[in-house]
Design a protein around this ligand. Sequence first.
Ligand SMILES: Cc1cc2nc3c(=O)[nH]c(=O)nc-3n(C[C@@H](O)[C@H](O)[C@H](O)COP(=O)(O)OP(=O)(O)OC[C@H]3O[C@@H](n4cnc5c(N)ncnc54)[C@H](O)[C@@H]3O)c2cc1C
Length: 422
Amino acid sequence: MTTETLTPTAREAVASACADVRDGSETDAVDGVTPGLVARPADTAQVAEVMKATAAHGLSVVPRGRGTKLSWGTPPSSADVLLDLSGLDEVLDHAAGDLITVARTGTLVADLQQTVAEGGQRLALDETVPGSSIGGTLAADTSGPRRVAVGTARDLLIGLTIVRADGVVAKSGGRVVKNVAGYDLGKLLIGSFGTLGVMTEAVFRLHPLPETRRWVTARVADATGVHDAVQAVVHSQAVPAAVEVEWPTFGEGLVHVLLEGREDGVAGRSTTIEAVLARGALDVSSREEPPAGGATYPWDTDARGDERATAFKLTFALSGLGDVLTAARESGLHVRGSGGVGVAYAALPAGAGVEAAQAALTRVRETCGRHGGAAVVVDAPAEVKAGLDAWGPIPALDLMRRVKDQFDPDHRLAPGRFVGGI
Ligand SMILES: Cc1cc2nc3c(=O)[nH]c(=O)nc-3n(C[C@@H](O)[C@H](O)[C@H](O)COP(=O)(O)OP(=O)(O)OC[C@H]3O[C@@H](n4cnc5c(N)ncnc54)[C@H](O)[C@@H]3O)c2cc1C
């Protein structure tokens, strides 16, 4: 499939399906692949029209939320049409009494949070890359510190509307209009990187905003110390809302523990955590403000092209934390992440070559694998990325291929973005 598919007739078909269509330019490029057209629909019906037109002409389509990290993962093998979802920008409902909200997927996560905060509630999903959309966050299955207590998007999404590759609108879950027999769409579409369908509306369950919060931070001398501190916290009775680890390339590490809830409860629980951490730490402090870096990743997410860091996502059983930190430091990686659930992000600074990236990936992949997890490449400059096996071994690849074949038999949606060339 190439952009030669984009004949004048095909262009016309897309233009008549959506009022806002223009030629793609380099600023629209998806990891170096410039789209032929950019279509910016306004609602689900228009997305469906665009998908019908692209289906009729065999065009490839790559969805874009707010484009904060379109360079992450594998570049698409083709992008005839970039489907810009920033026009689907509306919080449709906030049923505060039911702790539910409904939003279009191009809506900024920050805007949704502001809307529901007015009712004293929040969507317990961290905004790990500032400026992300709801759809991009779901498609990339991002998570941050809060997953320790609340889980990930899979635990919060209760309904979803998608437009399939053939233009058919399908809904599942909360506020159902029409179910797609046999599929929980949310479970499939979360983490699918735009390869299975275009998400257009999402229904989430919400949580009340906590009355107060407190961060307790321990400075720890070495990897074993960080490991022991995290173990002590997760086995304590203090029910932390987050257990974050900051492990730079050199020097001491930090363990940050978040406590949320009612004033009196948080005061008591933070005293407990301070005592637990004091046993092995160089020092312990506490404050209301989140730590520097907040919920973000340990690299510059605004960097573009060759200025980008080589970034990995690491998963591992909690018992492997110390080993993972040791392997990461010996590979020159800066690590930040949810020590409390065994999910962390790691980066080699911009400018690192393919060899260094390959050596670091091999080392951390082996270590995470030994502890029941995996290491995947999230982002890297083009030349580095081309030299790496981004996803590593995938146990359920055959099943994923069958699901892709059912949802997108012609492989037109974000082709090549996902594991195994899906
Ligand atoms: C291949 C890849 C791997 C990633 N891996 C991780 C990871 O392991 N951990 C993590 O925390 N974060 C990961 N991220 C990304 C993430 O944190 C993003 O920064 C953020 O969620 C993107 O939001 P956005 O609105 O800017 O979306 P964009 O950057 O515009 O899009 C992100 C992805 O979602 C797709 N997409 C966007 N909107 C829709 C929609 N409505 N329907 C269907 N598909 C859509 C895009 O095609 C793209 O693949 C990954 C991103 C990509 C592309």
